[in-house]
Ligand binder design. Structure first.
Ligand code: EPZ
Length: 418
């Protein structure tokens, strides 16, 4: 396994290019199962999760290749296998995104239950109940969900909780269903809108994306399409926070700042300068940072996927910051590691109270999940001395060439064998 060794205390300066969005690329790839024509996806990043989704699609019978421009060409003439095996699903929960397309395209899907992960139980009951309402027969046996339907029929679906992949799964189920599907309390994330934009290019009839009510009129078949994935707002947010935390000055390129309104507001409140320039967004940190409170919420609220990174930043702010996590029940695993680096954090239920300290000190720390790992890297960048970040395979799932991008910005970071 690899580790990062970081020597802290260096400001980030220069410019960084943000890659395509992991959490848009995954549903876009899965949506290619809905047609037997070739689709082209541009700007899909080189990440472990993307590679895993590629393996999954190939196992279903898709032909996938990256051309020399890095575009992903996906063609699924026939579904040869309808099963997503446990060994793939357990490494990437987003495999559940194959459920809707497989049932919609071919009337059957056998997906291993993803099981929980470090940040929470991560049930998929909302996905399953919605498919049942659309006429799918659902069995559960030996850890698998088996969904079958002659042809799904449109239904009115109300999600008790806003679910991103649940909304994406049901949109993909609805595009080939008979009749109209209405999703109420739909997720409004930009990644959902990006998926809908791609499906519309394929011939799907959808409206309301980006709002809490999405209507899908089923069609008989979908055609080919070419689509460039949106920039990764969570990767962008991570580099923005890292720049602020190191009191740096960085131009973030290929960044859709309108997808990060909640983060921008909180950073400006803390004293950070964010200015839009012609080819990117400039972030300028400040020595004296004010503590600010955040509460994670579904989009457009403060993203749960930036909670850990923002907490790392708040460890050296002036004052008290209350960080409330409302989406996942166990997303404070990074707290104990930050405390080993000298942070002053107290957890009370879903709240982490962060009291700013003079500075952090480097230490060996362990990554538990993708975004907690990003928080520990940020802590290493600001800590005095050396920080070893272990189990960085979690980071490789969602951050393309992280050590290269950070080194280019002046960070002292090396990838070594553990
Ligand atoms: C997506 O996960 C993202 N992953 C996550 O990013 C992100 O943290 C999450 O949305 C929230 O924004 C991808 O898009 C691939 P949810 P998802 O369904 O869809 C509960 C990262 O770091 N729920 O929106 O799995 C659930 O337990 C990852 O890139 C049910 O109860 O999350 C949670 O409390 C981590 N039943 C809440 O809803 C269900 O059937 C939101 O989860 C589904 C969800």
């Amino acid at each position: 396994m690899d580790k990062f060794v970081i020597k802290g205390g260096y400001r980030l300066t220069g410019e960084v290019e943000i890659s395509g969005a992991k959490n848009a690329g995954l549903p876009l790839m899965s949506a290619c199962l809905l047609t037997d024509k070739e689709c082209v996806l541009e700007g899909i990043p080189n990440l472990k999760d993307i590679e895993t989704m590629g393996k999954l699609l190939t196992s279903f019978g898709s032909e996938i290749e990256r051309d020399k421009k890095g575009n992903l060409k996906i063609k699924t003439v026939k579904i040869k296998n309808h099963e997503a095996p446990y060994d793939l699903v357990r490494t990437m929960r987003a495999s559940v995104l194959a459920l809707g397309p497989l049932v919609a395209r071919d009337g059957v899907a056998k997906i291993s239950m993803p099981g929980g992960c470090a940040i929470g139980d991560r049930p998929i009951n909302l996905h399953i109940n919605a498919l049942k309402k659309m006429g799918a027969k659902i069995e559960q046996s030996h850890g698998y969900i088996i969904a079958t339907a002659k042809r799904l029929k449109g239904a009115k679906i109300y999600f008790d909780t806003q679910t991103v992949t649940g909304t994406e799964n049901i949109i993909m189920a609805g595009v080939l269903a008979k009749g109209e599907t209405i999703i109420e309390n739909a997720a409004k994330e930009p990644e959902v809108v990006d998926l809908v934009n791609f499906l519309k290019k394929m011939g799907a009839k959808i409206e309301g994306e980006g709002t809490s009510v999405i209507r899908i009129e089923g069609v008989d078949s979908l055609g080919s399409a070419c689509h460039r994935v949106i920039p990764d707002r969570i990767e962008a947010g991570t580099y923005i926070i890292a720049t602020a935390a190191t009191c740096g000055n960085v131009l973030i390129k290929n960044c859709e700042m309108d997808h990060l309104d909640a983060l921008e507001q909180k950073l400006v409140e803390a004293g950070v300068t964010i200015q839009r320039e012609k080819n990117g967004v400039r972030v300028i940190g400040k020595r004296e940072i004010k503590s600010v409170d955040i509460t994670t919420m579904p989009y457009p609220g403060f993203p749960t996927d930036l909670q850990a990174q923002f907490m790392a930043f708040m460890t050296i702010a002036k004052g008290l910051s209350v960080i409330r996590e409302t989406i996942f029940e166990n997303r404070f695993i990074h707290v104990s590691e930050l405390k080993r680096m000298g942070a002053d954090i107290t957890i009370k239920d879903r709240n982490a109270i962060v009291k700013g300290v003079e500075g952090l000190n480097g230490a060996p720390v362990m990554v538990s999940d993708l975004r907690a790992g990003a928080a520990l890297v940020i802590a290493g960048l600001i800590a005095e001395g050396e920080t070893e970040v272990l189990r960085i395979y979690h980071l490789d799932r969602g951050y393309e060439a992280m050590e290269k991008k950070l080194s280019k910005l002046g960070a002292k970071i090396k990838r070594l064998k553990e």
